[in-house]
Design a protein around this ligand. Sequence first.
Ligand code: CDT
Length: 328
Amino acid sequence: MTDAEQAAAGPLVETGGRLLRVAAAQVGPVGRHESRASVVDRLVALLEQAATGGVELVVFPELTLTTFFPRWNVEDEDDLELDDFYETEMPGPETQRLFDVAAERGVGFCLGYAELTPDGHRYNTQILVERDGSIVGKYRKVHLPGHAEHEPWREFQHLERRYFEAGDDFPTWRAFGGVVGMAICNDRRWPETYRCLALGGAELILIGYNTPMHYAPDPSQDMLQSFHSHLVMQAGAYQNGCFVVGVAKGGNEEGVESLADSCIIAPTGRVIALTAHNGDELAVADIDLDLTRNYKETLFQFDRYRRPETYTAITTQRGPVPPPEETP
Ligand code: CDT
């Protein structure tokens, strides 16, 4: 819209609203040897509870179906087999039940899992399933944190860079009456994630996470985990005029304390629903997707105010390039 068109249009006019009841379905710890069947029982219970409450979209965390296995150098663990943590089909024999119950109840969901493709590629993946049980979208985590080699000095490992390849795009889909995008855990700390999704028209961004409270490279960040998690998602929501649903696998999983604090955030930047505990729990909110217009068509009207021609450093550089040091 040009400045003249904007002047003629005047202030934003309220519409009837595109209402959607959404749940952040937080999952508590999943044991090292907990079966898929047991985890799926827990997910079905959360989904049934959500359906009974009129929820239309249930968002589960990152790597929901198993324990967070990147905390181990799996090759060194006698009782663990790496491939056991990955899904080779979706739905597969154990997850089919979740799809069936969801379709029966007319509830959509978003689910994070480790994906092993037929040609041997491994991704940290999240899917979006519509209310009829059809998979409408698949996202593969772009920002893989941690390290690729075993680092024995750490209390626990974070070997995502060994166990997964990185995804290479931020797709969006028309679903649930709006435009939906996904991101996974560490992606939420990078502003590029939200901006790329919002440039794809995202109005609703679904993010699963597993965030250990202890950050070995700089433990001074430990006490700030909850603050940082909300800080980045609230900023991402506001600066892009989006709703954000952030969902944890929280609690003490195999001795590693992980952040809970799952939440739903409005385009205002405000948290509008929040879990109270660190186990299996729903946080529910009624969201009006038309509220995104209040931001997307005013302060953050991208096509009017953005200056991509001045942002080339963002796509041409990876690290900082400071000015040369002055020679004395
Ligand atoms: N799962 C995941 O991405 N977790 C990271 C942990 C910090 S990096 C070791 C996160 O950003 O929350």
